[in-house]
Design a binder for this molecule. Structure first.
Ligand code: GLA
Length: 543
């Protein structure tokens, strides 16, 4: 009895701590990779002295202490294979050999990264660098992996696909073969990055630590905006230690041979979005020539904490006004009291947005901590919404804390679709934009295959119990779907039609029992067409 009373008293005193009992904690094996790569600043002009000097700069200038540990050699170190097909490096550029470079990097307490292609030629070789022709992994998977990891002791590998395209390879089959070769090495815990410049498919998470989702970044805003736009709807695919890779950071760098670079506001937006979405943070600049303001952006300890959070989550859009986006994710505990929030103005004009406390996932008063100025913002603490005015291309980044509200609307564009891919020509469901859809986007192209389903994995119930669920859908004619909750089919709908696949939205309701904590809700039509899906709404039954 005494213990019971103590618990009640403690709950009264530490309400927030008791709230946390509902939340879920776990840790991923790998937080997003942090380091630097030579490609953006140096392209093919690399050599042993440069690699060592940049590694030393990462160590001496405070980047390593902030978490940037990987020194990733990119394209430009190879020579054509010998007559027996052995992989060769350029011994004029790297006179002491690739192992000596990795040893030096390790002697600084850092990690060494290397680069190759899944097919025959590297990307650089397709343009100007004939030495990279035929140096890719196809036909040499086991031998090259043994060389890179067991003989040369590299810790990270980025595997491009220019040669894969050239050789007409299937992405999934070839990257699976490579993953098997990596696993067969004696060296373990190798970080594997797929570089296919589009979201490759959900299979990538079974093989790799991270995968590029877009074409190459450049230090101008339109290219950065393209990358953000492409990643807005990919957030369900980053999880459990496997990450969407938004490409290297273009902070503190100019495009080789030109003066093009990002403004300070743009650099902050860049860093904040990469951090909140748990993208790898791979610096792409000459580490010896970083302006102080850019250095501060990359060393921002609060943004790095946002990126390295042990939940490793993506950050879906929670509120949107045109191209002003609010994205958010849980920090430390699923459904815990702390969330990361980034508000971005991607337009070319100054914009003001009222950021909604409810959209952020809270009920009642929230406290905000500004991750750019490293200060609490009591001026913004509020119960309903707070206004933010942002210059063109500028952002704000916060840690928000408060009492969590159960989420009621789950957008289709934050769902996980098993057969999703953005590779050109691959049959895939898609996230599409439409003004008539809630938050301006919906999912289409589902059904007609037992694997072509959509699922929300993060349907959270604080206590468990009965809910009323609503699915908002559109369908030209005669479509349907089954609903499964935590693996069990609970209901189905057939002969639905609203006259159009992208408008004329209608909805169906059903009751659902949710267990306490996380639930998944899956929509599937294995044999026929599924409607376009806009969103799922859940409310406790009887309310
Ligand atoms: C591709 C990749 C780049 C870089 C080059 C090297 O373009 O996307 O990041 O690795 O190849 O040639």
């Amino acid at each position: 009895m005494k213990r019971f009373l103590t618990t009640i008293a403690l709950c009264g005193m530490l309400f927030a701590a008791c709230e946390r009992d509902y939340s879920i904690s776990y840790e991923v094996d790998h937080t997003p990779t942090m380091g630097m790569s030579f490609w953006n600043a140096f392209q093919l002009n690399i050599n042993e002295d440069l690699v060592k000097d940049q590694a030393l700069a990462v160590k001496e200038l405070g980047y390593a202490d902030a978490g940037y540990k990987f020194i990733n050699i990119d394209d430009g170190f190879q020579r054509p294979r010998d007559a027996e097909g052995n992989f060769m490096y350029d011994d004029k550029l790297f006179p002491n050999g690739m192992r000596a470079v990795a040893d030096y990097i390790h002697s600084l307490g850092l990690k060494a990264g290397i680069y190759t292609d899944a097919g025959d030629n590297t990307c650089g070789s397709e343009n100007v660098y004939a030495y990279g022709l035929g140096t890719g992994l196809v036909g040499h998977e086991a031998a090259d992996c043994k060389l890179f990891f067991d003989e040369w002791d590299y810790d990270f590998i980025k595997i491009d696909f220019c040669g894969g395209q050239h050789a007409g390879l299937n992405e999934r089959e070839q990257y699976t073969k490579i993953a098997e070769a990596i696993r067969a090495c004696n060296k373990k815990d190798i970080i594997f990055n797929i570089c296919r410049w589009r979201f490759p498919g959900t299979w990538a998470a079974d093989l790799a630590t991270s995968w590029r989702t877009t074409y190459d970044i450049r230090p101008w805003f339109s290219r950065m905006k393209y990358i953000i736009d492409e990643n807005l709807w990919l957030q369900a695919y980053t999880r459990g230690g496997h990450y969407n890779d938004c490409d290297m950071l273009e902070i503190g760098s100019k495009w080789p041979g030109s003066d093009a670079h990002l403004s300070h506001d743009e650099e902050l937006t860049h860093m904040a979005y990469w951090c909140i979405t748990s993208s790898p943070l791979i610096m792409g600049c000459d580490m010896r020539k970083v302006p102080e303001t850019s250095r501060e952006v990359m060393l921002n300890k609060d943004l790095i904490a946002m990126n390295q959070d042990r939940l490793g989550l993506g950050a879906p859009v929670v509120q949107r006004e045109g191209e002003v986006y609010v994205v958010a994710k849980d920090m430390e505990r699923i459904f815990g009291p702390k969330r990361a929030v980034v508000v971005m103005n991607l337009t070319d004009e100054e914009k003001t947005i009222d950021v909604s406390v409810e959209a952020l996932g809270f009920k009642g008063k929230i406290a905000l901590y500004d991750c750019f100025t490293h200060q609490d913002r009591p001026d913004l603490a509020c119960e309903t919404s707070f206004p933010l005015t942002l210059a063109p291309h500028a952002s704000a980044a916060f840690f928000a804390t408060g009492k969590r509200a159960e989420k009621t609307v789950y957008q289709a564009e934050e769902s996980y679709m098993k057969q999703f891919s953005t590779i050109e020509g691959v049959q895939s469901p898609a996230y599409l934009q439409s003004e008539s859809a809630s938050m301006g986007a919906y999912a289409a192209g589902l059904g007609s295959d037992s694997d072509n389903w959509l699922q929300w994995d993060n349907v959270f119930s604080r206590k468990g119990g009965e809910y009323v669920a609503t699915i908002r859908f559109a369908c030209a004619q005669r479509c349907g779907f089954t609903v499964s909750v935590n693996g069990e089919e609970i209901t189905w709908f057939e002969n639905l039609s609203t006259g159009d696949d992208a408008s004329g939205w209608d909805s169906v309701n059903f009751k659902v029992n949710l267990k306490k904590g996380l639930n998944n809700i899956r929509l599937l039509n294995a044999t026929g067409a599924m409607p376009s899906i806009d969103c799922l709404t859940i409310r406790p039954a009887g309310k």
